[in-house]
Design a protein around this ligand. Sequence first.
Ligand SMILES: C[S@@+](CC[C@H](N)C(=O)[O-])C[C@H]1O[C@@H](n2cnc3c(N)ncnc32)[C@H](O)[C@@H]1O
Length: 196
Amino acid sequence: MEKKEFLGFEKDEYVPIMKDESMSFLSQLCAREKPKRILEIGTYIGYSASVMLSACDAMVVTLEKNAENAELARKNLAPFGERVTVVTSDAFLYIARDDIGKFDLIFLDGPKAQYINYLPFLKELLNEGGVLVADNVYFHGLVRQAGEVKHKLRTIVVNLRKFIDAICLDEDLESEILDIGDGLSVSRKRGGHGQA
Ligand SMILES: C[S@@+](CC[C@H](N)C(=O)[O-])C[C@H]1O[C@@H](n2cnc3c(N)ncnc32)[C@H](O)[C@@H]1O
C-alpha cells in the first residue's frame, strides 16, 4: 500500500513517517531475519508497521500515545487482521511491564529524547540474537554536528548522543550506525546466531 493511501496521511503538515530508504532497509531486514514477534514504538498512522507486516510473517505489537493516531492506524492496518495489535499507551508504561513476552525485532521510532531511557527495558525485551533498530539517531544531522544546539532541541541531541554511546559500548550488543535516512542504528543482542 502506498503512503498516500493511508488514512491520515494528509493530516499533519509535517508527516513524521520514516524516510523511504530507511523503510526499504527495515523491509529487507524483516525479510532476512524472519522475526516471529516485532515490537514497534511510535506507530503514528501505521505506515512502518504495514511495511514490516508485509515483509515477513511476524506478529506485530505497536505502541502509540496519541489516541487519534492509534485509531487511524487500526483502520489502516485492518487488512493484517490479528497479526497486528495497536496499543494506545505511553511507550514507557508498556515496556516496563513484565507480562508482554520477548521480541525478535524492536523498531524504535517514538520520542527521540527517551531512547536512552528505554534502552535497558528494550534490551530485556529482546530475545538473544534479536535486533533493535532505532530511527533518526542523527536527528537532522545535529547529533554529528559540533557547536551550539538550540535550547529547544538540546535534550534530544544530548540524549541521542548518549544513546549512540550506550549501544556502541554495551557488551551485550553488537551495534552499527548506518548512514541511511536520518541515521539508523542497528544493534543485535549477543547470544543468538546470525548477523545484522
Ligand atoms: C516518527 S512518528 C512514527 C512514525 C512511524 N513509525 C512510521 O514511520 O510510519 C512517532 C510517533 O510516536 C508517537 N509518540 C511520541 N511519544 C510517545 C510515547 N511516549 N509513547 C508512545 N508513542 C509516542 C507520536 O505520537 C508519533 O505518532
